[in-house]
Design a protein around this ligand. Sequence first.
Ligand code: SF4
Length: 405
Amino acid sequence: MALLHYVCSVPLVRAVRSRSRTVQLRTVSIHSAARPPQVERVLLGMSEQELQQLALDFSQEAYRGKQLHHLLYKRKVKDIQDFIYLPQAFRNGLQEAGWSVGRSPLYQAVTAADGTIKLLLKLEDNRLVETVGIPVVDEKGSVRLTACVSSQVGCPLRCSFCATGKGGYSRNLQRHEIVEQVLAIEELFKRRVTNVVFMGMGEPMLNLKSVLEAHRCLNKDIQIGQRMITISTVGVPNTIKKLASYKLQSTLAVSLHASNQKLREMIVPSAKSYPLTALMKDCKDYFLETNRRVSFEYTLLAGVNDSVEHAIELAELLHEWGRGHHVNLIPFNPIEDSEYRRPYKKAMLAFAAALESRKITASIRQTRGLDASAACGQLRNEFQRSPLIADSEGQQEEVEVAIAA
Ligand code: SF4
Protein backbone atom coordinates (compact mmCIF):
# COMPACT_ATOMS: atom_id res chain seq x y z
CA MET A 1 0.00 0.00 0.00
CA ALA A 2 1.63 3.13 -1.14
CA LEU A 3 0.13 5.35 1.43
CA LEU A 4 2.89 7.07 3.20
CA HIS A 5 0.58 9.55 4.77
CA TYR A 6 -1.12 6.65 6.57
CA VAL A 7 1.79 5.99 8.75
CA CYS A 8 1.72 8.86 11.16
CA SER A 9 1.15 7.64 14.64
CA VAL A 10 -1.86 8.98 16.48
CA PRO A 11 -1.86 11.14 18.40
CA LEU A 12 1.05 13.11 17.05
CA VAL A 13 2.27 15.31 19.82
CA ARG A 14 5.41 16.80 18.47
CA ALA A 15 7.36 16.03 15.39
CA VAL A 16 11.10 16.12 15.46
CA ARG A 17 12.08 19.29 13.66
CA SER A 18 14.63 19.70 10.99
CA ARG A 19 15.28 21.95 8.05
CA SER A 20 13.60 21.31 4.73
CA ARG A 21 15.89 20.71 1.75
CA THR A 22 15.14 21.20 -1.90
CA VAL A 23 16.69 19.43 -4.84
CA GLN A 24 17.22 20.53 -8.39
CA LEU A 25 16.75 17.95 -11.04
CA ARG A 26 18.41 17.21 -14.31
CA THR A 27 17.46 14.33 -16.49
CA VAL A 28 19.74 11.63 -17.85
CA SER A 29 19.23 8.20 -19.33
CA ILE A 30 20.70 5.03 -17.91
CA HIS A 31 20.49 1.40 -18.85
CA SER A 32 18.58 -0.89 -16.61
CA ALA A 33 18.46 -4.66 -16.54
CA ALA A 34 14.87 -5.82 -16.69
CA ARG A 35 15.43 -8.92 -14.58
CA PRO A 36 15.44 -8.74 -10.79
CA PRO A 37 18.86 -9.39 -9.27
CA GLN A 38 19.86 -12.86 -8.16
CA VAL A 39 19.42 -13.21 -4.43
CA GLU A 40 20.62 -16.73 -3.68
CA ARG A 41 23.90 -15.36 -2.39
CA VAL A 42 22.76 -12.39 -0.35
CA LEU A 43 23.52 -12.45 3.38
CA LEU A 44 20.94 -9.92 4.55
CA GLY A 45 17.72 -11.65 5.45
CA MET A 46 19.38 -14.91 6.52
CA SER A 47 18.69 -16.26 10.00
CA GLU A 48 21.40 -17.06 12.55
CA GLN A 49 20.93 -20.75 11.89
CA GLU A 50 21.34 -20.28 8.13
CA LEU A 51 24.46 -18.18 8.69
CA GLN A 52 25.92 -20.88 10.92
CA GLN A 53 25.28 -23.42 8.19
CA LEU A 54 26.94 -21.10 5.71
CA ALA A 55 30.01 -20.89 7.92
CA LEU A 56 30.14 -24.67 8.10
CA ASP A 57 29.80 -24.86 4.30
CA PHE A 58 32.95 -22.72 4.10
CA SER A 59 34.76 -25.07 6.52
CA GLN A 60 34.54 -22.55 9.35
CA GLU A 61 33.39 -23.12 12.93
CA ALA A 62 29.65 -22.55 13.50
CA TYR A 63 30.36 -19.60 15.80
CA ARG A 64 31.58 -17.70 12.74
CA GLY A 65 27.96 -17.75 11.61
CA LYS A 66 26.97 -16.08 14.88
CA GLN A 67 29.59 -13.44 14.25
CA LEU A 68 28.21 -12.93 10.76
CA HIS A 69 24.77 -12.43 12.29
CA HIS A 70 26.15 -9.84 14.71
CA LEU A 71 27.99 -8.00 11.94
CA LEU A 72 24.94 -7.89 9.69
CA TYR A 73 22.23 -6.97 12.16
CA LYS A 74 23.95 -5.27 15.11
CA ARG A 75 26.96 -3.63 13.53
CA LYS A 76 25.12 -3.23 10.20
CA VAL A 77 28.28 -3.69 8.19
CA LYS A 78 27.72 -3.22 4.47
CA ASP A 79 30.72 -4.87 2.87
CA ILE A 80 32.11 -8.38 3.31
CA GLN A 81 35.67 -7.06 3.45
CA ASP A 82 34.66 -4.99 6.50
CA PHE A 83 33.72 -8.11 8.49
CA ILE A 84 36.81 -7.60 10.59
CA TYR A 85 36.07 -10.40 13.08
CA LEU A 86 36.17 -12.97 10.34
CA PRO A 87 39.33 -14.56 8.95
CA GLN A 88 40.49 -12.95 5.72
CA ALA A 89 40.29 -16.31 3.98
CA PHE A 90 36.59 -16.66 4.91
CA ARG A 91 35.84 -13.14 3.68
CA ASN A 92 37.67 -13.79 0.42
CA GLY A 93 35.93 -17.15 0.04
CA LEU A 94 32.50 -15.56 0.42
CA GLN A 95 33.29 -12.91 -2.13
CA GLU A 96 34.81 -15.30 -4.61
CA ALA A 97 31.71 -17.48 -4.36
CA GLY A 98 29.57 -14.48 -5.29
CA TRP A 99 28.16 -13.62 -1.88
CA SER A 100 27.27 -10.04 -1.02
CA VAL A 101 25.78 -8.29 2.02
CA GLY A 102 22.81 -7.00 0.01
CA ARG A 103 22.84 -3.32 0.90
CA SER A 104 21.98 -0.80 -1.82
CA PRO A 105 23.46 2.67 -2.14
CA LEU A 106 21.43 5.66 -1.06
CA TYR A 107 20.43 7.50 -4.23
CA GLN A 108 18.58 10.46 -2.77
CA ALA A 109 17.24 11.68 0.56
CA VAL A 110 14.85 14.54 1.10
CA THR A 111 14.10 15.92 4.53
CA ALA A 112 10.78 17.60 5.30
CA ALA A 113 10.35 20.43 7.78
CA ASP A 114 8.71 18.04 10.27
CA GLY A 115 11.75 15.74 10.32
CA THR A 116 10.34 13.07 8.02
CA ILE A 117 13.01 11.78 5.66
CA LYS A 118 12.07 10.16 2.40
CA LEU A 119 14.82 8.25 0.67
CA LEU A 120 15.42 6.45 -2.55
CA LEU A 121 17.64 3.39 -2.66
CA LYS A 122 19.19 2.37 -5.94
CA LEU A 123 18.77 -1.38 -6.36
CA GLU A 124 21.18 -3.68 -8.12
CA ASP A 125 19.18 -3.45 -11.37
CA ASN A 126 19.06 0.36 -11.17
CA ARG A 127 15.44 0.46 -10.02
CA LEU A 128 14.68 3.08 -7.44
CA VAL A 129 12.71 2.17 -4.37
CA GLU A 130 11.23 4.61 -1.94
CA THR A 131 11.22 4.35 1.83
CA VAL A 132 10.39 6.81 4.56
CA GLY A 133 11.52 7.43 8.13
CA ILE A 134 9.04 9.21 10.37
CA PRO A 135 10.21 10.38 13.80
CA VAL A 136 7.63 11.19 16.45
CA VAL A 137 8.07 12.35 20.03
CA ASP A 138 5.26 11.16 22.30
CA GLU A 139 3.84 12.78 25.46
CA LYS A 140 6.50 11.14 27.62
CA GLY A 141 9.26 12.57 25.48
CA SER A 142 10.37 9.28 23.98
CA VAL A 143 11.07 9.20 20.26
CA ARG A 144 9.47 6.62 18.03
CA LEU A 145 10.91 6.06 14.60
CA THR A 146 8.61 4.48 12.05
CA ALA A 147 9.89 3.01 8.81
CA CYS A 148 7.36 2.99 5.99
CA VAL A 149 8.72 0.30 3.69
CA SER A 150 7.99 -0.68 0.10
CA SER A 151 7.30 -4.25 -0.97
CA GLN A 152 7.37 -3.80 -4.76
CA VAL A 153 9.02 -1.50 -7.28
CA GLY A 154 5.91 0.38 -8.33
CA CYS A 155 2.53 -1.28 -8.05
CA PRO A 156 0.29 -3.04 -10.58
CA LEU A 157 -2.99 -2.23 -8.84
CA ARG A 158 -3.32 1.37 -9.99
CA CYS A 159 -5.59 2.77 -7.30
CA SER A 160 -6.87 5.99 -8.78
CA PHE A 161 -5.57 8.34 -6.04
CA CYS A 162 -2.11 6.82 -5.69
CA ALA A 163 1.15 8.22 -7.04
CA THR A 164 2.77 4.79 -7.02
CA GLY A 165 -0.11 3.29 -8.99
CA LYS A 166 0.28 6.05 -11.58
CA GLY A 167 4.03 5.43 -11.84
CA GLY A 168 3.72 1.86 -13.16
CA TYR A 169 5.05 -1.47 -11.94
CA SER A 170 8.35 -3.25 -12.38
CA ARG A 171 8.87 -6.17 -10.01
CA ASN A 172 8.57 -7.60 -6.52
CA LEU A 173 11.24 -6.75 -3.99
CA GLN A 174 13.36 -9.52 -2.55
CA ARG A 175 13.46 -9.98 1.22
CA HIS A 176 16.81 -8.24 1.66
CA GLU A 177 15.58 -5.29 -0.40
CA ILE A 178 12.80 -4.84 2.16
CA VAL A 179 15.01 -5.35 5.22
CA GLU A 180 17.67 -2.96 3.96
CA GLN A 181 15.13 -0.12 3.87
CA VAL A 182 14.86 -0.33 7.66
CA LEU A 183 18.63 -0.40 8.05
CA ALA A 184 19.02 2.61 5.74
CA ILE A 185 16.59 4.59 7.88
CA GLU A 186 18.43 3.60 11.07
CA GLU A 187 21.67 4.72 9.49
CA LEU A 188 20.30 8.11 8.46
CA PHE A 189 18.56 8.83 11.76
CA LYS A 190 21.34 7.24 13.83
CA ARG A 191 18.77 5.49 16.00
CA ARG A 192 16.80 2.29 16.03
CA VAL A 193 13.58 1.90 14.08
CA THR A 194 10.79 1.12 16.54
CA ASN A 195 7.87 0.56 14.15
CA VAL A 196 7.59 -0.78 10.62
CA VAL A 197 4.60 -0.31 8.34
CA PHE A 198 4.32 -2.05 4.99
CA MET A 199 2.62 0.96 3.44
CA GLY A 200 5.23 2.10 0.96
CA MET A 201 5.27 1.33 -2.74
CA GLY A 202 3.46 -1.82 -3.79
CA GLU A 203 0.83 -4.22 -2.54
CA PRO A 204 2.42 -6.48 0.13
CA MET A 205 -0.05 -9.31 -0.48
CA LEU A 206 1.19 -9.62 -4.07
CA ASN A 207 4.64 -10.32 -2.68
CA LEU A 208 3.66 -12.23 0.43
CA LYS A 209 6.59 -14.67 0.43
CA SER A 210 9.24 -11.94 0.57
CA VAL A 211 7.13 -9.85 2.94
CA LEU A 212 6.87 -12.75 5.39
CA GLU A 213 10.59 -13.51 5.10
CA ALA A 214 11.41 -9.85 5.72
CA HIS A 215 8.95 -9.82 8.63
CA ARG A 216 10.77 -12.77 10.19
CA CYS A 217 14.10 -11.03 9.82
CA LEU A 218 12.85 -7.71 11.19
CA ASN A 219 11.35 -9.48 14.17
CA LYS A 220 13.93 -12.15 14.99
CA ASP A 221 17.18 -10.66 13.72
CA ILE A 222 16.64 -6.93 14.04
CA GLN A 223 14.45 -7.36 17.12
CA ILE A 224 11.46 -5.25 16.19
CA GLY A 225 8.42 -6.58 18.06
CA GLN A 226 5.71 -8.19 15.95
CA ARG A 227 3.16 -5.82 17.42
CA MET A 228 5.23 -2.92 16.15
CA ILE A 229 4.82 -4.14 12.56
CA THR A 230 1.79 -3.40 10.37
CA ILE A 231 1.03 -5.07 7.06
CA SER A 232 -1.33 -3.12 4.88
CA THR A 233 -3.40 -4.31 1.93
CA VAL A 234 -6.00 -3.01 -0.43
CA GLY A 235 -7.24 -6.59 -0.68
CA VAL A 236 -6.02 -9.45 -2.84
CA PRO A 237 -8.26 -12.56 -3.04
CA ASN A 238 -7.16 -15.56 -0.90
CA THR A 239 -4.21 -13.82 0.72
CA ILE A 240 -5.77 -12.63 4.00
CA LYS A 241 -6.67 -16.22 4.79
CA LYS A 242 -3.12 -17.27 4.03
CA LEU A 243 -1.66 -14.53 6.21
CA ALA A 244 -4.00 -15.53 9.05
CA SER A 245 -2.55 -19.04 9.00
CA TYR A 246 0.81 -17.63 10.17
CA LYS A 247 -0.89 -16.23 13.29
CA LEU A 248 1.37 -13.20 13.45
CA GLN A 249 0.91 -10.73 16.25
CA SER A 250 1.30 -7.87 13.80
CA THR A 251 -1.52 -5.59 12.69
CA LEU A 252 -3.33 -6.14 9.42
CA ALA A 253 -4.57 -2.84 7.98
CA VAL A 254 -7.14 -3.11 5.21
CA SER A 255 -7.63 -0.11 2.95
CA LEU A 256 -11.32 0.27 2.19
CA HIS A 257 -11.53 3.84 0.83
CA ALA A 258 -15.24 3.37 0.08
CA SER A 259 -18.44 2.44 1.84
CA ASN A 260 -19.95 0.40 -1.00
CA GLN A 261 -18.79 -1.83 -3.84
CA LYS A 262 -19.62 0.55 -6.70
CA LEU A 263 -17.67 3.43 -5.22
CA ARG A 264 -14.81 1.15 -4.25
CA GLU A 265 -14.45 -0.14 -7.80
CA MET A 266 -14.10 3.43 -8.98
CA ILE A 267 -11.37 4.27 -6.48
CA VAL A 268 -9.68 0.85 -6.34
CA PRO A 269 -10.04 -0.85 -9.76
CA SER A 270 -8.77 -4.20 -8.43
CA ALA A 271 -11.85 -4.36 -6.18
CA LYS A 272 -13.77 -5.68 -9.18
CA SER A 273 -12.26 -9.09 -8.54
CA TYR A 274 -12.73 -8.99 -4.77
CA PRO A 275 -16.24 -7.93 -3.72
CA LEU A 276 -16.56 -5.97 -0.49
CA THR A 277 -18.63 -8.73 1.13
CA ALA A 278 -15.88 -11.30 0.44
CA LEU A 279 -13.21 -8.92 1.74
CA MET A 280 -15.17 -8.18 4.94
CA LYS A 281 -15.77 -11.89 5.51
CA ASP A 282 -12.05 -12.56 5.19
CA CYS A 283 -11.37 -9.77 7.72
CA LYS A 284 -13.83 -11.33 10.14
CA ASP A 285 -12.25 -14.76 9.68
CA TYR A 286 -8.82 -13.19 10.18
CA PHE A 287 -9.91 -11.93 13.60
CA LEU A 288 -11.40 -15.31 14.52
CA GLU A 289 -8.19 -17.06 13.49
CA THR A 290 -5.63 -14.69 15.01
CA ASN A 291 -7.55 -12.82 17.71
CA ARG A 292 -6.07 -9.65 16.19
CA ARG A 293 -8.52 -7.01 15.09
CA VAL A 294 -8.12 -5.70 11.56
CA SER A 295 -7.82 -1.95 11.30
CA PHE A 296 -9.42 -0.14 8.38
CA GLU A 297 -7.94 2.68 6.36
CA TYR A 298 -10.07 5.18 4.49
CA THR A 299 -8.64 7.92 2.31
CA LEU A 300 -10.97 10.90 2.29
CA LEU A 301 -11.44 12.34 -1.20
CA ALA A 302 -13.36 15.62 -1.34
CA GLY A 303 -16.79 15.24 -2.90
CA VAL A 304 -16.19 11.57 -3.69
CA ASN A 305 -16.37 9.50 -0.50
CA ASP A 306 -16.31 12.05 2.33
CA SER A 307 -19.97 12.85 3.03
CA VAL A 308 -21.79 12.05 6.26
CA GLU A 309 -23.96 9.65 4.24
CA HIS A 310 -20.82 7.74 3.28
CA ALA A 311 -19.79 7.64 6.94
CA ILE A 312 -23.19 6.23 7.93
CA GLU A 313 -22.96 3.61 5.18
CA LEU A 314 -19.43 2.71 6.31
CA ALA A 315 -20.58 2.32 9.92
CA GLU A 316 -23.40 0.02 8.80
CA LEU A 317 -20.98 -2.06 6.74
CA LEU A 318 -18.57 -2.47 9.65
CA HIS A 319 -21.34 -3.31 12.15
CA GLU A 320 -22.58 -5.99 9.78
CA TRP A 321 -19.21 -7.76 10.13
CA GLY A 322 -18.36 -7.35 13.80
CA ARG A 323 -17.81 -4.98 16.70
CA GLY A 324 -14.97 -2.80 18.03
CA HIS A 325 -13.71 -1.61 14.66
CA HIS A 326 -11.27 1.23 14.29
CA VAL A 327 -11.02 3.38 11.18
CA ASN A 328 -8.04 5.51 10.29
CA LEU A 329 -9.15 8.42 8.17
CA ILE A 330 -6.49 9.74 5.84
CA PRO A 331 -6.96 13.12 4.20
CA PHE A 332 -5.98 12.79 0.55
CA ASN A 333 -2.48 14.05 -0.08
CA PRO A 334 -2.51 15.90 -3.41
CA ILE A 335 -0.46 14.35 -6.21
CA GLU A 336 0.43 15.54 -9.67
CA ASP A 337 -2.28 15.14 -12.36
CA SER A 338 -4.88 13.92 -9.90
CA GLU A 339 -8.56 14.61 -10.27
CA TYR A 340 -9.00 14.38 -6.51
CA ARG A 341 -8.88 17.08 -3.86
CA ARG A 342 -8.21 17.05 -0.16
CA PRO A 343 -11.40 17.57 1.89
CA TYR A 344 -11.84 20.57 4.15
CA LYS A 345 -11.20 19.97 7.83
CA LYS A 346 -14.87 20.54 8.61
CA ALA A 347 -15.90 17.68 6.32
CA MET A 348 -13.29 15.36 7.85
CA LEU A 349 -14.45 16.14 11.38
CA ALA A 350 -18.10 15.60 10.40
CA PHE A 351 -17.19 12.23 8.85
CA ALA A 352 -15.31 11.15 11.98
CA ALA A 353 -18.14 12.34 14.25
CA ALA A 354 -20.70 10.36 12.23
CA LEU A 355 -18.62 7.21 12.76
CA GLU A 356 -18.01 7.88 16.44
CA SER A 357 -21.72 8.47 17.09
CA ARG A 358 -22.29 4.98 15.67
CA LYS A 359 -19.71 3.44 17.98
CA ILE A 360 -16.93 3.16 15.40
CA THR A 361 -13.74 4.69 16.74
CA ALA A 362 -12.01 6.87 14.20
CA SER A 363 -8.83 8.90 14.07
CA ILE A 364 -7.78 11.41 11.47
CA ARG A 365 -4.18 10.87 10.51
CA GLN A 366 -1.96 13.87 10.38
CA THR A 367 -0.12 14.10 7.10
CA ARG A 368 3.63 14.03 7.53
CA GLY A 369 6.28 15.36 5.22
CA LEU A 370 4.06 17.22 2.78
CA ASP A 371 7.07 19.10 1.49
CA ALA A 372 8.99 15.87 0.92
CA SER A 373 6.62 14.55 -1.73
CA ALA A 374 4.73 12.86 1.03
CA ALA A 375 2.35 10.62 -0.88
CA CYS A 376 4.18 7.40 -1.50
CA GLY A 377 5.47 7.06 -5.03
CA GLN A 378 5.77 10.81 -5.53
CA LEU A 379 9.49 11.03 -4.92
CA ARG A 380 10.20 7.95 -7.01
CA ASN A 381 8.10 9.42 -9.82
CA GLU A 382 10.16 12.59 -9.70
CA PHE A 383 13.36 10.66 -10.22
CA GLN A 384 12.41 7.73 -12.40
CA ARG A 385 9.77 8.48 -14.95
CA SER A 386 9.75 5.35 -17.07
CA PRO A 387 6.69 3.11 -16.89
CA LEU A 388 9.01 0.65 -15.11
CA ILE A 389 7.59 -2.32 -16.90
CA ALA A 390 10.26 -4.94 -17.35
CA ASP A 391 10.10 -6.70 -20.70
CA SER A 392 9.61 -10.44 -20.70
CA GLU A 393 12.85 -11.08 -22.59
CA GLY A 394 14.93 -9.62 -19.82
CA GLN A 395 16.55 -7.24 -22.30
CA GLN A 396 18.09 -3.94 -21.43
CA GLU A 397 15.72 -1.00 -21.51
CA GLU A 398 16.12 2.73 -21.34
CA VAL A 399 15.10 4.30 -18.06
CA GLU A 400 14.94 8.01 -17.71
CA VAL A 401 16.30 9.17 -14.43
CA ALA A 402 16.39 12.64 -12.99
CA ILE A 403 19.28 13.16 -10.64
CA ALA A 404 20.02 15.90 -8.22
CA ALA A 405 22.13 18.57 -9.84
S1 SF4 B 1 -1.85 1.44 -6.35
FE1 SF4 B 1 -3.16 0.94 -4.56
S2 SF4 B 1 -2.31 -0.99 -3.77
FE2 SF4 B 1 -0.78 -0.09 -5.12
S3 SF4 B 1 0.58 1.07 -3.81
FE3 SF4 B 1 -1.00 2.48 -4.55
S4 SF4 B 1 -2.62 2.44 -3.00
FE4 SF4 B 1 -1.30 0.67 -2.63
